[in-house]
Write a protein that binds this ligand. Structure first.
Ligand code: DGY
Length: 328
């Protein structure tokens, strides 16, 4: 594809990544990068993408027509260091025959673990409890203080029964839950049988679940699916957990549902916008636990994601199959 005699393909990397991932890129490519831990600004991205053969990007970089036009006709590979790709204008990318790499599988366990952690932190009020212990609110052991709903005997509903949803389900089973139900576009019958989960429609899932967990991708179909109407269908004792994308929630509806106790509480790893402004109404609610999008943040997952993204770029540039190409 790129012979020895030709000049090295040019790659732009939009963030400081691991030395290992940089090294394998540099062996074969001419690499330039935004070397900071904070996101690259739009202007710097637009300037630097120009004339590149490949782009290593993150979910904080919106890759749309403007970026693609600026990149020009050399751009053949876009690899995102994420499993989510709602920040990519896939139609525009496909029109230009650009291949897309992403990072499924390698972050599944980390994200499933965090989902369980967030669920327990929310239902058992861990952050509030820690705060009380520190600020003198803990006067004595108290029978009904800081209580929350338990998982034992509960019905758990998972919206989006893909890789992450299934791993969340497996991890929750040993908590002795009564029923595991899921809502998913495709059937996933084999996986569901193995795990012991039942497919139901969304109405039923919302009405029956003590814990509603969103692990679905953000698509036009799932956008703001958790709205006033959905929250009203949920039990007043229900806990809502979101580790997918903030965009699946109509956030004003969620604020209303938490304020008026339409639902019991919520744990969010993702929201709109990110970062969530510190004066956002969600931060004022005690029944809402907020994390800064750390689902995949294990050391292992993040370094493997960086490596996989680099490998996707190298394979794509060499005209080989990418280890993880997004085929849509
Ligand atoms: C992803 O990969 O899409 C997650 O949101 C971050 O790891």
């Amino acid at each position: 594809f790129y012979s020895e005699k030709m000049s090295k393909p040019k790659v732009y990397v939009t963030r400081a990544i691991t030395t290992e991932a940089m090294n394998i890129l540099e062996e074969f490519c001419e690499v330039s990068s935004w070397p900071e831990p904070d996101p690259v600004s739009r202007d710097v991205l637009l300037e630097n993408v120009s004339g590149k053969d490949a782009l290593f990007c993150l979910l904080t970089d919106r890759i749309d027509k403007e970026v693609l036009d600026k990149a020009g006709p050399n751009l053949k590979i876009i690899a995102t260091m994420s499993v989510g790709y709602d920040h990519l204008d896939v139609n525009e990318i496909k029109k230009r025959n650009i291949k897309i790499g992403y990072t499924p599988d390698v972050l599944t366990d980390a994200t499933a673990e965090l989902t369980v952690a967030l669920l327990l932190a929310t239902s058992r009020r861990l952050l509030e409890a820690n705060e009380e212990a520190r600020n003198g609110g803990w006067k004595a052991w108290s029978p009904f203080w800081l209580c929350g709903p338990g998982l034992n005997g509960a019905t758990v509903g998972i919206v989006g029964f893909g890789r992450i949803g299934q791993e969340v389900a497996k991890r929750l089973k040993p908590f002795n839950i009564k029923r595991l139900i899921y809502h998913n576009r495709s059937e996933k019958a084999k996986e569901a049988k193995e795990i012991g989960a039942t497919r139901v429609n969304l109405e039923e899932l919302l009405a029956e679940s003590d814990f509603v967990i969103a692990t679905c991708a953000l698509t036009p179909e799932t956008k703001e699916m958790f709205n006033d109407c959905a929250f009203k269908k949920m039990k007043p004792t229900a806990v809502f957990i979101n580790t997918s994308r903030g965009g699946v929630v109509h956030q004003e509806s969620l604020v209303r549902a938490l304020t008026h106790k339409t639902i019991w509480g919520a744990g969010l790893d993702v929201m709109t916008p990110e970062p969530l402004p510190v004066d956002d109404p969600l931060f004022k609610l005690k029944n809402c636990v907020i994390l800064p999008h750390i689902g995949s943040a294990t050391i292992e997952a993040r370094s493997t994601m960086a490596m996989l993204t680099a490998k996707n770029i190298l394979a794509g540039l060499k005209g080989e199959n990418m280890p993880a190409e997004l085929k849509i």
